[in-house]
Ligand binder design. Structure first.
Ligand SMILES: Cc1cc2nc3c(=O)[nH]c(=O)nc-3n(C[C@H](O)[C@H](O)[C@H](O)COP(=O)(O)OP(=O)(O)OC[C@H]3O[C@@H](n4cnc5c(N)ncnc54)[C@H](O)[C@@H]3O)c2cc1C
Length: 337
């Protein structure tokens, strides 16, 4: 535990990295009354952050198909924190559909997950009129949500300032040069200090069309990775995401075919959509693909959020605060180095 001789509100807290992990840490500490400074090396566009490329799905039930139980635990708690902090977050659920040839995998997905109800074709059309006649049935995960990363990060940064924190863009700093409590949320930028950290590439495509209307993310069962279409404001849709053990950048032709094919399978009218952007980000991951809060006296590193940064960042921030203020340890996530 950080041994402060002063009252908790007097201990300066520096957070490095304003991606989704650092933004939530800064917000939670600022709201708890700590004098917070958030340092970010990129400018306010945040285009050096993996978070800039993310889908922003808050989907603990769907992710439980492949993720460890700890992701569900942190994810479910985070849903509450998102709801409390940003009540306008769309919590209108998500849908899972499959082509006839992926029927077995669809049934397996249904068995491996909870928190869903099965809709017939009519039920699906009632929720998403654009999908009328497209699929025989669907799984509806009513309690899931989604955020738009490029809109929600600035919102969180604004709220940090409203809570009395300072956000410094264009500020590249090291853990060693900062005094007081330091929370290191550099993602892959921390690799020199975290040799086990690796980047797992995720590719995405942004398209625009007014021909299809969706209110919530739609996942299409795919033999290799979960492909999804996420509606954004202004007739935009994000198509994501591959999961590739590589650290290069850009979108391969094969991935582009699969992502665009998924959109076309969800609705043929996507064929007329305009492609606005191909992009990729590297998800920071430890060998077990699980998040870690590593404690080195008054330096705390929060990293390895892998595919789940938006889903679990709020709960990780709450755990970090509980450690700093009360010495409370969470053995599943925390390590003392
Ligand atoms: C295509 C794709 C889709 C995804 N979809 C989802 C999804 O739907 N739901 C979900 O929950 N997750 C999703 N993810 C995963 C999610 O994006 C990551 O888990 C998350 O972005 C990791 O956040 P982070 O804050 O740890 O790292 P980052 O977002 O990379 O933030 C780290 C920040 O630290 C800054 N930094 C580094 N070094 C320094 C320094 N020395 N000084 C100052 N600043 C520094 C960087 O510039 C960066 O802004 C997706 C990822 C990808 C690539």
């Amino acid at each position: 535990m950080y041994q402060s001789k002063t009252s908790r509100g007097d201990s300066p807290v520096s957070i490095i990295g304003a991606g989704i992990a650092g933004a939530w840490q800064a917000l939670v500490f600022a709201q708890a009354g700590h004098p917070v400074t958030l340092h970010e090396r990129s400018d306010a566009t945040m285009n050096l952050a993996t978070s800039h490329w993310a889908g922003g799905m808050l989907a603990p039930y769907c992710e439980s198909e492949v993720a460890e139980p700890i992701i569900s635990r942190l994810g479910l708690r985070s849903l509450d924190l998102w709801r409390k902090e940003l009540p306008d977050t769309p919590f209108n659920g998500s849908l899972v559909v499959a082509l006839a040839r992926e029927r077995n995998d669809f049934e397996r997905f249904a068995r491996m997950t909870s928190g869903h109800e099965r809709l017939d074709a009519g039920g699906l059309a009632a929720l998403e009129p654009s999908l009328e006649g497209r699929f025989r049935d669907a799984l509806f995960f009513a309690n899931e949500g989604h955020v738009e990363p490029r809109r929600v990060l600035p919102k969180l940064h604004e709220r940090i300032i409203a809570a009395g924190g300072i956000v410094k863009f264009g500020s590249e700093v090291s853990v060693e040069e900062l005094d007081g409590i330091v929370i290191d949320c550099r993602g892959l930028g921390a690799r020199e200090d975290e040799p086990e950290l690796r980047g797992v590439k995720g590719e995405m495509i942004l398209i625009e069309t007014s021909e299809v209307k969706l209110a919530r993310p739609v996942r299409l069962i795919h033999p290799r990775w979960p492909l999804y279409v996420i509606p954004r404001e202004d007739n935009l849709f994000m198509l994501g995401a591959t999961t590739i053990e590589a650290e290069d950048w850009g979108v391969s032709l094969r991935s582009a075919l699969e992502l665009l094919g998924a959109a076309y399978a969800v609705h043929p009218a996507f064929a007329e959509a305009r492609i606005l952007e191909f992009g990729s980000g590297l998800r920071p991951a430890f060998p077990d693909n699980l998040p870690r809060i590593t404690i080195r006296n008054n330096k705390v590193a929060v990293n390895g959020l892998y595919r789940h940064g938006f889903l679990i960042a709020p709960a990780l921030a709450e755990l970090t605060l509980a450690y700093v203020e009360r010495g409370q340890l969470d053995n599943e996530v925390m390590r003392c180095a």
